[in-house]
Design a protein around this ligand. Structure first.
Ligand SMILES: Nc1ncnc2c1ncn2[C@@H]1O[C@H](COP(=O)(O)OP(=O)(O)OP(=O)(O)O)[C@@H](O)[C@H]1O
Ligand SMILES: [Mg+2]
Length: 341
């Protein structure tokens, strides 16, 4: 078996706050291979961003406790110095955020910002860096890149800024790209263009991508594998087909149930998952989803509230739920039968 390009094992990220310890990520494991896209999905506050900021080494060291193992191409990122991380960021790994305006400096031209990242990692001259910026803007589909390279961020539309940020992230051909809801703020057409762009760039460079989103439709479009997060843990993991076609966890059923379908009649209301996300200061005991789950009686006894359902650390496919495989198949069939399509 070949070693995965990125391997995360039993990751824990805890923040000490005035109110107590926030267990934002609590025992998370996954792999991503070169040229593949892992989609991470889960409600707001489930720990998606915290996980990926830990990979990039972007958490403030004060008040943050990080445990577990993060290996990128065999290198232990949790043991890397700040200087080493600085070198890896932008060069070997890069992140695209939801809000390009907040990530780009308003005072420097788009070209200067893309070029600066390139210069920092390659030692290229200013002239070479500018040429590279134009090349990258061309790649991400900015019209008239020779002229637009000298624009400031506010002169770009939202979609163009997002492209510019992707250009900046990819300027040094990083082997790992983390895209944290990069298209959420954009309209559907631009969203689709950006996803196509990421797929093209992945084809060209063999980039490993982690794509974070609330949107299962986006996952269906771009992901190879899917990780479903709930309350700082992984509740289900598998290939896109496995997770979307034959989900095994009641929380994933809930997510699918709250997703609009193209085929369904438009007046069928979406059914959001009842209840609220768990507190991470005092997480529920046992399965963190149990207070919102409709299947605890079928499991029986107090197992759901007393025992954390295991998830195999190494296998790619799994769901952390006490229901038996037979029960899951039966209940999912019932659930699927009630869906509009
Ligand atoms: N520096 C911090 N100190 C304390 N708590 C934090 C800190 N950063 C994040 N958290 C908490 O950790 C939890 C997970 O946050 P995270 O940003 O990873 O959620 P998310 O899944 O990315 O949500 P969203 O979909 O809204 O972006 C949240 O409850 C958040 O309030
Ligand atoms: Mg987030």
């Amino acid at each position: 078996m070949s070693t995965p390009f990125l391997s995360v094992r039993d990751l824990r990220v805890h923040f000490s706050t005035e109110d107590g310890m926030v267990k934002a990520v609590d025992g998370l494991s996954f792999d991503v291979d070169r040229g593949k896209t892992l989609g991470i999905v889960g409600e707001s506050g489930s720990g998606k961003s915290v996980t990926n900021l830990a990979i990039l080494g972007l958490h403030h060291p004060d008040h943050t406790e990080i445990e577990g193992e993060i290996l990128l191409d065999g290198q232990d990122l949790l043991a890397a110095s700040e200087r080493e991380l600085e070198r890896l960021r932008g060069n070997k790994m890069a992140m695209v955020f939801q809000d390009a305006l907040a990530s780009l400096s308003p005072y420097h031209t788009i070209g200067a910002q893309i070029g600066e990242t390139f210069r920092k990692h390659t030692g290229a001259s200013k002239r070479e860096a500018r040429a590279r910026a134009v090349e990258m803007l061309t790649k991400v589909g900015i019209p008239q890149p020779n002229l637009r390279v000298d624009d400031y961020p506010h002169q770009f539309s939202g979609g163009m800024r997002q492209r510019a940020m992707i250009a900046m992230s990819l300027v040094c051909d990083p082997a790992l790209l983390v895209a944290d809801e990069p298209t959420t703020a954009l309209d559907v057409t631009v969203q689709a263009q950006i996803m196509d762009l990421l797929k093209d760039l992945q084809q060209e460079f063999g980039t490993a991508i982690i794509f974070i989103t609330h949107d299962l439709g986006v996952i269906a479009d771009i992901a190879d594998d899917v990780l479903v997060m709930y309350g700082g843990r992984c509740v289900e993991r598998g290939t896109k087909k496995e997770v979307l076609r034959a989900p095994q966890h009641p929380y994933t059923w809930g997510l699918l149930g709250s997703m609009p379908t193209l085929e369904g009649p438009v007046d069928v209301p979406l059914s959001p998952i009842p209840g609220t996300p768990p507190s991470l200061l005092n997480p529920p005991t046992g399965c963190r989803f149990h207070p919102r789950c409709s299947f605890t009686e079928q499991v029986g006894g107090d197992r759901c509230s007393a025992q954390q359902p295991p998830l195999d650390l190494v296998s790619g496919r799994g769901a952390a739920c006490h229901l038996t495989p037979e029960q899951r198949a039966e209940f999912f069939d019932d659930f699927a039968g009630t869906r509009p399509n």
